[in-house]
Design a protein around this ligand. Structure first.
Ligand SMILES: [Mg+2]
Length: 405
């Protein structure tokens, strides 16, 4: 098992990191705490490692204290993310102090900005940033949410999420069964991802209403429904469908009805509908979310912590959203480290929306044999982990054995 610094400063006081001058000058009790503080403050990063697991890429940040922090990046094109971290970012992080969250973030981002501010760059930074927050928490003996502003809640309502690939993955009846399974487990909100895409907009026939109707019938009226189009509508079609979903099925949340590449088109939908429009999972960094707010005008932003640059950047996006009276509904596709990181972020927010995403654990049997779930699910909510760091115990040997490439 990974070492955790139970007791934080007290435990470090026994490590061979005590500076000799302090030991010679101070009385015993003060010497212990002063030396421990100095030792914690001086911890540096000694290595950054990546591990490819089934449906995940995990990042380990190793420190001079002999303690590692663990993080996760989005697994999309993860070979590129791993290469980027190993070939370019590792050397920028090794030797740095564990506490320098923002200087390290800025160095990683602005050094490589020529590669583009989206995708691989913020994915890679996210994995390192989350691992470093986990490390800081383990060094301090505190959960991450206490280091990023404190907890405003100890649990977060979660919605179950599943995709139907435009109707190709399952029938409408099967979608209803899938949604009903979430409700049977205790979820009070479910997201139906239609996965209509920008490369074939406004498909005809359009399966969306039939699938949403099957889901509504299966779960009953008391469950909140989110319908995610995944960008595949024009504004006119989005407005037409949004009215039907709201009027006939009681849907209140409409995600990415048109491409996020065209924020002005999204604004047309936002202004025409009496629905909460959600967007932001494909936007990374505070600058892109500024455009979602200013140009698209959505009231619910769904940045993804393992994509958008990690906890450090997600906090900035949330502050920007607060300054314009918007709320955050975190996007979250991974059940383990990503979920834990999202929970600490969500716990700290003054402007958290009605829920966060939680994927179907049944889709991650292999991964969950290696890493634990990132938060305990009960009564429709995920408990915010209270252990040191992300609050997840990572078995490093098990992770290494599970590497698939
Ligand atoms: Mg989505």
């Amino acid at each position: 098992m990974v070492r955790t610094l139970a007791g934080g400063a007290a435990a470090l006081a026994t490590a061979p990191l005590v500076p000799a001058p302090l030991a010679a000058q101070s009385p015993a009790p003060a010497r212990a705490s002063t030396a421990a503080r100095a030792a914690i403050a001086d911890v540096t990063i000694t290595d950054v490692r990546t591990y490819m697991l089934r449906k995940a890429i995990v990042i380990e940040v190793v420190s001079s204290a002999g303690i590692s922090g663990w993080g996760e990046s989005s697994p999309n094109n993860r070979d590129l993310v791993a290469t980027f971290i190993r070939s370019a970012m590792r050397a920028q992080v090794v030797g740095r102090r564990a506490w320098d969250a923002e200087p390290i973030w800025d160095d990683l981002f602005f050094t490589h900005l020529d590669l583009g501010p989206s995708g691989v760059l913020p994915y890679a930074i996210a994995g390192i940033d989350i691992a470093m927050w986990d490390l800081r928490g383990r060094l301090a003996g505190l959960p991450v949410h206490k280091l990023i502003g404190g907890a405003r809640r100890d649990r977060v309502r979660a919605y179950g999420s599943f995709g139907v690939d435009g109707g190709r993955r399952m029938t409408a009846a099967q979608a209803g069964e899938r949604a009903a399974r979430f409700v049977a487990r205790g979820f009070t909100a479910v997201k139906l991802r239609m996965q209509l895409r920008e490369r074939d907009v406004d498909p005809y026939p359009d399966p969306t209403f039939a699938y949403a109707q099957a889901v509504r019938r299966a779960v009953g009226d008391g469950v909140e429904l989110i319908v995610d189009i995944n960008g595949g509508y024009t504004p006119a079609r989005a407005i037409e469908m949004g009215r039907r979903l709201a009027g006939e099925l009681g849907v209140r949340y409409f995600e990415e009805p048109v491409s996020s590449q065209v924020p002005e088109a999204l604004r047309q939908v936002v202004e025409a509908l009496d629905l909460h429009v959600i967007s932001g999972e494909k936007e990374y960094t505070r600058w892109q979310h500024r455009d979602v707010i200013d140009r698209a005008g959505v009231d619910l932003l769904n940045p993804d912590v393992i994509k958008c640059g990690g906890i450090t950047e997600a906090r900035k996006i949330a502050a920007l959203a607060q300054a314009t009276s918007r709320r955050i509904v975190p996007h979250n596709t991974r059940p383990t480290l990503g979920t834990a990181a999202t929970l600490h972020f969500a716990a700290s927010l003054p402007n958290l929306g009605p829920f966060m995403e939680f994927p179907d654990v049944d889709d991650f049997t292999d991964l969950l044999a290696v890493l634990p779930v990132g938060g305990t699910f009960r009564d429709g909510h995920l408990d915010v982990p209270q252990g040191a760091g992300l609050g997840i115990e990572v078995d490093a040997a098990r992770v290494r054995r599970a590497v698939v490439s």
